[in-house]
Every structure is written in structure tokens, then in C-alpha cells.
Ligand binder design. Structure first.
Ligand code: HAM
Length: 400
């Protein structure tokens, strides 16, 4: 398990979330209805194919987890029986995107979804959870939030964007020309020049009273919890189901693909998918990207073996198994047992190559005396050490 998943799971336990496992394969129609027909994900990036059943159902590899969780929640009748639920899930997702650093066709998400909570305190709690994850992992995360309104106020914002798009038609890119009627919110997300984007209408200017109060309360409670964030009025999400609070979280050292966590509220989705009118909110961690960020910040250094064991001769080869087991089990050390078929010089080179701190070398003479030759590969020194003291010698902190 990656360190990210390990820490995220520990946090889930403290925040009282339950794990849900969802299928990697679903009907294509599930994503068309939830992620959205006019999104890039559904329009261009699905791995979809015929199930070859009588009904000729088209199935698809999931591009994200939220639709599957919503479907499972409704199928289990929780929306009517016990609507307030907190779930987490993890696993591979699939999008046919142009691969580059931090953007893959199969990638790993760790996501959470909360159902039945319309209050702004829930939004703030999720932002606190993201802050806590950053602290746990020892990495600086920048949280950006926005409100994109709801079914009452969004249509006015949408109209304003279409109007703005028509006025600036000549300066918009081709993708934007296609989006203008179908998905005008994405105009803010596209390759329009930065100055032009600044002149676009902001969703915050169109919020209805209820959405404004919600957003103000999210900001107040998040600040009160000591979580830092910035408001980005240009933040719109690439998926259709969002309402009100939307957020993205960036890490440093990643280049263009620097959004490591993203999510928001989706108060209309459960009902739109055939369930009761239950609000929802969630986010997904892009685990691959966050792992790149941890490496860039040098938070995670790959663990290298504490020792490589180099037995010389038949008797030593048999004894090496026992010794490796004892060091692993009792010393909790990372031990790599090297092949005894090669020359000692080659094996020492191999030990250096895998980054082992020590080489533990022994043959018949050493076995008879119950000792080993312990070579410190970093310091270049060698000493004879009794096997009974080996764990202590291998666990010594390295000299700075
Ligand atoms: P999303 O913004 O599409 O949201 O993806 C969430 C995160 O997954 C991104 O911020 C990014 O870190 C990672 N990600 C997305 N695509 C790729 C890719 N091709 N390669 C590597 N990493 C990628 C969702 O998926 C929503 N389901 C989040 C959510 C949950 N909203 C509410 N609940």
C-alpha cells in the first residue's frame, strides 16, 4: 500500500468514513447521465465497448468513482432508509487522455463521498480533512475554492457566459466555439488567453441568496478551523454534477498537472440518478500525482535495504536463509539475500547498486566462529561482528 493510501485510510478511520467497493466496469449510460454527456471525459475519453449481450448494452471502464458510489447508494435503498452516509473508495480509473507527466490513461484515485448533508459545516469539514492529509504527508497543499451556484442561479450565470462568449467569439479557441451552447462553464477552463479569461463573468456575481449564504458560511467555518484557502472565481469543474462549493487542491513541483485533489458539492445528483432528493459532496485524490509531488518535495525517499547478505559456499548458503529470516523478523530490517553463484566482487557491486547500507559476508571460517564480515558500504569500512550482535550493528544510526 502506498504511503498516501495508508495515511488516507488512517484519516478515514478518524473521520468515521466507511469503505465502499465499487465495480470498475459500469454501463456507459451511468456516466453519460452523471459525469455528463457534454464533458470531455464522456465525449472523448471513455473506454467503452459492447457487452455483447442481447440488449447490446454498452459498458465502460469507470473514468471516476462518484457515479458508481451514487448508483450503489441508491441501489441499496440508503437514500430513503438511512440517507446520511460517509464513504471512501480507492482504485484505478481510466480516461483516454493524452499521456504526459502526471496524466495517465490508468490512474489511481482515493475518493470520498458524503450523502445527506446540505450544511456548509460539512464542506468545511472536508477541507479540514484535506488540510490534515497534507499535514500527515508533510506536504504543502494549496486549497482553492469557488461557488458555482445551483439550479436557481446557475442559468443566469450560464446565459451571461454565453453572451460573453458570443461577444468575444473571434478570440476564443475552436474547442470553446463548440462549448459555447453545450457547456459554457467550460469556457473558463479552456485555452483562452489569460487576459480574456479575466474579463469573463464570475459565478460569484450571480449567486442567489441561499448560495451566497452557504458560500459565506463555508469560508467562515473553514477559516475558523484554521485551514488556509484562496477563493478562485474562475474555478469551474470539468464534470457536470457540481453545485455550490467546488474546490481544487494544488501541490508544488508538478508543472502543468498540479491539481492533486478535486471535488465539490453535487446536491442534485442523487435525485437526477433516480434516487430521493439527497444532497452530496465529495472529492478524489489523484494518488499518482500526489506521489509525484511527494517525491518532488523529497518527502518520500524510497527505502533501500539495510543489508545485502553475501554467503560464500554451500554451508553459508543454507545458513543465509536462516540469518535473513532472523534479521527480518526480529530486527524488522529490510534484507536482500544475494545469489551465491556469482563472485564476491560482483555481489558487492550489486549490493552498492541496490543502495544497501551494509553487506553481510560470511563463509565456512566465519560460520565456525559464529561471526560475519560486516562491510559498511557508505563508509567503506569492514569489521568482524558476532552473529549475536548483528541486529544491533545493522540498526546503528548512520554517521552524518
Ligand atoms: P476529477 O477532477 O476528474 O474529479 O479528478 C480528481 C483528481 O484525479 C484530479 O485532480 C487528478 O489529481 C486526478 N486525475 C484525474 N485524471 C487523471 C489522469 N488522467 N491521470 C492522473 N491523475 C488524474 C473526479 O474524478 C470527481 N469524481 C471527484 C469528486 C468526488 N467529486 C465529488 N466527489
Amino acid at each position: 500500500m502506498s504511503i498516501i493510501e495508508e495515511r488516507a485510510r488512517a484519516l478515514m478511520d478518524r473521520y468515521a468514513f466507511k469503505e465502499i467497493r465499487i465495480p470498475a466496469l459500469e454501463r456507459l449510460s451511468l456516466f453519460q447521465r452523471s459525469t455528463g454527456d457534454t464533458t470531455d471525459i464522456v465525449e472523448k475519453q471513455m473506454y467503452a465497448f459492447s457487452d455483447r449481450d442481447e440488449a447490446e448494452t454498452t459498458v465502460a471502464l469507470r473514468p471516476e468513482g462518484t457515479p458508481g458510489v451514487v448508483r450503489a447508494y441508491i441501489d441499496a435503498g440508503l437514500d430513503r432508509r438511512d440517507p446520511e452516509q460517509r464513504f471512501f473508495y480507492s482504485g484505478p480509473m481510466f480516461r483516454r487522455e493524452r499521456p504526459q507527466k502526471g496524466r495517465y490513461r490508468q490512474f489511481f484515485q482515493f475518493g470520498i463521498e458524503v450523502f445527506g448533508r446540505a450544511d456548509a459545516a460539512c464542506d468545511a469539514e472536508l477541507l479540514t480533512l484535506i488540510r490534515d492529509l497534507g499535514v500527515e504527508l508533510g506536504i504543502l497543499l494549496h486549497i482553492q475554492i469557488n461557488s458555482i451556484g445551483d439550479s436557481e442561479c446557475r442559468p443566469k450565470f450560464r446565459d451571461a457566459l454565453i453572451q460573453w462568449g458570443r461577444t468575444n467569439w473571434a478570440r476564443l479557441c475552436e474547442d470553446c466555439h463548440n462549448r459555447i451552447e453545450r457547456n459554457p462553464l467550460r469556457l473558463l477552463d479552456c485555452k483562452i488567453d489569460a487576459d480574456l479569461a479575466k474579463s469573463a463573468p464570475s459565478s460569484l456575481d450571480y449567486l442567489c441568496e441561499a448560495c451566497r449564504t452557504h458560500f459565506d458560511t463555508v469560508k467562515r467555518l473553514t477559516s475558523a478551523a484554521g485551514v488556509e484557502f484562496t477563493v478562485n472565481p474562475g474555478l469551474v469543474r470539468g464534470l457536470d454534477y457540481y453545485t455550490r462549493t467546488a474546490f481544487e487542491v494544488m501541490a508544488e513541483g508538478l508543472g502543468a498537472q498540479n491539481t492533486v485533489i478535486a471535488g465539490g458539492r453535487y446536491d442534485g445528483l442523487v435525485e437526477a440518478m433516480g434516487g430521493a432528493a439527497i444532497p452530496g459532496i465529495g472529492f478524489a485524490i489523484g494518488v499518482d500525482r500526489l506521489a509525484l509531488a511527494l517525491h518532488a518535495a523529497e518527502v518520500v525517499k524510497e527505502r533501500t535495504p539495510d543489508a545485502a547478505i553475501i554467503p560464500i559456499g554451500e554451508a553459508a548458503r543454507a545458513q543465509a536463509m536462516v540469518l535473513a529470516h532472523d534479521l527480518r523478523a526480529m530486527g524488522q530490517l529490510q534484507i536482500e539475500l544475494l545469489s551465491s553463484d556469482r563472485k564476491v566482487k560482483a555481489l558487492l557491486q550489486r549490493a552498492g547498486k541496490i543502495g544497501a547500507r551494509f553487506a553481510v559476508i560470511f563463509g565456512d571460517d566465519e560460520l565456525a566462529k559464529r561471526v560475519v564480515q560486516l562491510k559498511d558500504l557508505k563508509a567503506g569500512t569492514q569489521e568482524e561482528v558476532p552473529i549475536s550482535r548483528l541486529i544491533g550493528a545493522l540498526s546503528r544510526p548512520a554517521k552524518a
